[in-house]
Design a protein around this ligand. Sequence first.
Ligand code: FES
Length: 178
Amino acid sequence: MPVVRDVDATSSDCDDCPIATDRRRFFRDAALALAGTLVALGATRRVALALPVELIHPGRRTDHTVTYPVPTADGAQIDRDNQVIIVRWQNVGYAFNLSCPHQNTALRWDDADRRFQCPKHHSKYQPDGTFISGRATRSMDRLGIRLESTSLIVDLDQFYRQDKEPEQWKSAFVTLTA
Ligand code: FES
């Protein structure tokens, strides 16, 4: 089953209209072109992206699970195709929905400040998804996650909102070895 995400029907944004889509595609392509140039000039892939985050693709996908290698260093990785953020932070692994819980804007990882930030209304979140400040009214939405050998298995059907499923939200992490 696909992940169910909130859609704000009252939003005046035209997130899905063709012009907005073309514009997003243009800016994404421009950003990736810039990143490619920086990589060619010797910058690392992580540094080259506008906000330093690693784009990843799952190793395997089933009807409702996606599999990723366990990250080897602290930070965030984004799988845009499945709208999943994978975080390794202080030997704990998390999976988050990519969308900001306020109005579904794609979140960004700010490597300098070591936190997530929403580009739309600037809500901020800790690496474990905990809400810090901004217009959002809850922490980042977590997905079910389990560890199998050297892989993280994320269950897209296990979608936990901190305000509605606080216990499941708190338990949605895996402990990783140092
Ligand atoms: S959409 Fe993220 S704070 Fe409003």
